[in-house]
Structures are given as structure tokens and as C-alpha cells.
Write a protein of this length. Structure first.
Length: 462
């Protein structure tokens, strides 16, 4: 399923050289309304909810562009109209108020809008350039573009007016536009055909969006005209639907603020991968490798780490180890038979680790990790006295570890094995008796019973 995303900027919270963009969406993954994206860290935060969606109660106004006027009003272009209203025209707002103060339907469908360095507002259809007078909301025709030239978006960069469009049958191109006589417009470069809504900010940089009709990766870019060079600014680590949930942007603009808006908490977008095991036992002193899925989705400025911690009610406050991979060492203060927890954590970086103060920390479900001690045994019967060939003796051993146990033994004379390896399985407790016999053909001398290895429920000790 594909969702439309409309990006509108009506305030700039200026942080040189960072910029703030505002977008409007009418559905998932975000609730309908305006959202802002901070280009310095690519965080998305809610702004406000105007009445743009479903104008007249019929259908969405299909925004095609937006510009902030000198008086602080916001003008947005309309594409498809409602059942009862013609297409085209524009809407006017006084942000942050969500209520429109002007609705102008038709008579043409504008594709682009921008403000010149001198403050003149320009509108554009695919064929014609116009000026807009915000004092009386009138539109005046400037002139037509060259024949067969279709201009979609217009913007200024370094005092020069440019347009994005194409000649019939040709690739997407950048055109230098003469704002006094648009019929003299000329092509100066090529660009990504899916680059939408270029707009120049107060820092002199031009931003836009590359969507599904363009060449991935999708996201926000800086445009250098007239070469058409695009530099990624906020590009999701994975393609849509993650992050934006869309492939097209309907409107984008940046301008200095004229009014303040309420700053609301930013949207937390990171998604962790989940562990593949609910619990894991590792024999000390071995390193623990805790497997996780590979579908983590960090936000733009996030890092992914794996933490070993002690308190499930306070993971970030009880971290013993934090690593770039889910590998953990058995080292002090870690002890055997003590439960620890391992989780994947995603958040902002602080000295190479996840910042515990990040309000958007994402934490996976934990794996319960326990290091187990190697089992040991000690002989309760250290000697069976003198035995004749063919005689047997019952020996007792004490086991430490986690039952059930298994162990192996054999009888030796010196370095010679005189009784094949014997294995005792499923010892339920910490003490075991077994019977060892001296072979009937054994030579006189000292005979030893040698324990060769021991296993408990978790570990082995050869």
C-alpha cells in the first residue's frame, strides 16, 4: 500500500547551518497533520494539524507546493480538487493556526511556487510563469516557457531563477529561467528525475526530495544548480516504507520564522531486532555470543549497541558491558550461576556508546544469560586397599555443578590402560558410587582408577 506524504515548511528554527523542514501527511505511518524534520539530525517531530486534509469533506487537496509569505502566511498549491470543487488554485494559512484564511479554487493547476530574493512570489504551471500579489491574492501572467518545455518546479539559487522539468521526450533537466521573459529559458544541466520540490533556504542552500520515481536512496538532498549535483542530507538507512512511508513529496519550502510554534516531543522511529533465544547458558570462562535478528532499523543519527546488564527494571542504569556486537566476556565482576540480561539498544551516540539520556532509546527484549561453572569431582574413597586379580571395589566420588552428571573412568597401571573406558550416565545428585575391578590377568602392582572427564547439565570438564 502506498501513502502520500506532503512536505510543507512554514517555520525555520534557525541553527546555522542546520535547517528545519515541515511536511504534511494524511495517514500512516504518521497521524494526519504537520510534522517537522530537523536536517542536522534528521529527527521527525510533530508540529500541528491544519484543515488541509479532506477540504470540503470530499477529498484531499493534493498539495503541490508551498511558500511562506513576507507577512508570515503560508500559501499552498492545490492539485486535484474535491467532487464539488475544481482542481487547482491555492490555500492560505496564518501558521501556527490550523484554519485556512483563504481558499482559491482553480482556474489553473499550479506546479511550482517560490519566492525571489527581492520577495516577489512566483507561481508556475507546466507552460506558464506567473507572479502572485499577497496583498490582494491576485495572480498575473508573466509569460510562457519555450515550446515543448514542461516546467514542474521553480526556485532561486544565488540570485538566479531555475526550473526543473524536461523537453518532450527528454530526461529531467535543470533550466535557467528569465523571470522577466520566460520564453528565453535555456537548459543548463541534468538531474535525478525523481528529485522533487527544490527550495532554497535562508542559508543559501537548496533542498529537495528524491522519491520512488527517482534513483535510490530516497530522502532529502541538497541540490547544486546548475550542475544538478545532489548531496544526501537525510537519507533513510533502508528504503521506504521505513521512515517516511512514502515515495513522493507534494510540497517543500524553507523560510525564516515569523511566528513561534509549540515544540512537541519528536517521533521515535528506531526499531530493534529481537534476540533469537530467550535464555542462554555459557560455560565459564568462554565468551558469550548472543544471537539477534538482522532487521534493526536505526534512526538517522542512531547507533546500534548490545548491552549486558543486571537489572531488568533499569537496563541503562545497570550496564556491565556495551559492545558493537553481541559478544560478551567472562570477566570481573561477572560471576557464575548469576542471571544477566543482554539486549540490543539503539539511540544517540555519546562517546561511542548509546546516550542513556536519549528520550528515543529503543531497547529489545532481553536474553537471559548465565555463565555456568565447569563441573568438578573429588574422590570420597581414595584407596580400596589390596585387591586380588579379578576382585572389585566400590568407589565413591562427590560432584559439583548442575545435575544430572555424566562421567567416564578407566583403570590404569602406570601408563597402561588395563580396563576400557567406562561411562556413567544420568547421575541425579552430587554423589555417585561405581564399581571398579582389577582384571584377572593384571600384573602385580599399583592399580589406579582415573576419572577421564565429567559433564553436568551445562558444561564439560575433560
Amino acid at each position: 500500500m502506498r501513502y502520500s506524504l506532503f512536505i510543507l515548511l512554514f517555520f525555520l528554527l534557525y541553527k546555522s547551518p542546520a535547517q528545519t523542514l515541515y511536511f504534511y501527511t494524511d495517514g500512516p505511518p504518521y497521524p494526519p497533520g504537520f510534522w517537522r524534520i530537523e536536517l542536522d539530525n534528521c529527527e521527525i517531530c510533530p508540529a500541528f494539524s491544519p484543515d488541509i486534509a479532506y477540504a470540503g469533506g470530499q477529498t484531499n487537496d493534493q498539495l503541490r507546493g508551498a511558500v511562506l509569505l513576507p507577512d508570515g502566511d503560508l500559501v499552498t498549491l492545490r492539485g486535484v480538487g474535491s467532487v464539488n470543487d475544481p482542481a487547482g488554485g491555492f490555500l492560505r494559512y496564518n501558521p501556527p493556526s490550523p484554519t485556512r484564511i483563504l481558499t482559491q479554487y482553480g482556474p489553473v493547476t499550479y506546479q511550482g511556487v517560490c519566492s525571489s530574493p527581492s520577495g516577489t512570489i512566483y507561481l508556475s504551471t507546466e507552460t506558464t510563469l506567473y507572479t502572485f500579489d499577497p496583498t490582494n491574492n491576485t495572480v498575473t501572467t508573466v509569460g510562457n516557457y519555450p515550446a515543448a518545455l514542461s516546467v514542474i518546479y521553480i526556485f532561486f539559487q544565488n540570485g538566479t531563477m531555475y526550473g526543473l522539468g524536461n523537453y518532450t521526450g527528454s530526461s529531467a533537466a535543470i533550466f535557467q529561467i528569465n523571470p522577466s521573459n520566460p520564453s528565453l529559458s535555456t537548459q543548463v544541466g541534468l538531474t535525478n528525475p525523481g528529485f522533487y520540490h527544490p527550495t532554497t533556504a535562508s542559508n543559501g542552500l537548496t533542498y529537495g526530495y528524491v522519491g520512488l520515481t527517482g534513483t535510490p536512496p530516497f530522502g532529502f538532498y541538497q541540490l547544486s544548480a546548475p550542475s544538478g549535483t545532489l548531496t544526501p542530507i537525510c537519507v533513510p538507512p533502508v528504503p521506504p516504507p521505513y521512515f517516511f512511508g512514502i515515495g513522493s513529496v507534494r510540497a517543500l519550502t524553507v523560510s525564516p520564522p515569523t511566528q513561534s510554534s509549540v515544540e512537541l516531543p519528536c517521533l521515535c522511529l528506531a526499531l530493534t531486532a529481537e534476540p533469537l533465544n530467550q535464555s542462554l547458558n555459557v560455560c565459564e570462562p568462554n565468551e558469550a555470543l548472543v544471537p539477534f535478528g538482522n532487521n534493526a532499523q536505526p534512526d538517522f543519527n542512531d547507533i546500534v549497541r548490545y548491552i549486558l546488564y543486571t537489572n531488568p527494571n533499569n537496563p541503562m542504569g545497570s550496564i556491565l558491558q556495551q559492545n558493537t556486537s553481541p559478544n560478551f566476556n567472562f570477566s570481573p565482576p561477572i560471576q557464575t550461576n548469576t542471571p544477566y540480561y543482554v539486549a540490543q539498544v539503539i539511540g544517540n551516540s555519546l562517546n561511542g556508546n548509546v546516550d542513556p539520556a536519549d528520550p528515543c532509546i529503543a531497547l529489545s527484549d532481553p536474553t537471559l544469560l548465565t555463565w555456568r561453572p565447569k563441573p568438578t569431582l573429588s574422590a570420597l574413597t581414595t584407596t580400596a586397599g589390596e585387591l586380588c586379580p579379578g576382585a572389585c571395589a566400590t568407589l565413591s566420588i562427590e560432584l559439583t555443578g548442575t545435575p544430572p552428571f555424566a562421567y567416564s573412568w578407566q583403570v590404569q597401571q602406570g601408563n597402561n590402560v588395563i580396563t576400557p573406558l567406562q561411562v556413567v550416565f544420568n547421575v541425579p545428585g552430587n554423589q555417585s558410587n561405581f564399581q571398579a575391578c582389577v582384571p584377572s590377568n593384571a600384573a602385580p602392582g599399583t592399580t589406579n582408577v582415573v576419572i577421564c572427564g565429567i559433564l553436568d547439565n551445562y558444561c564439560g570438564n575433560p
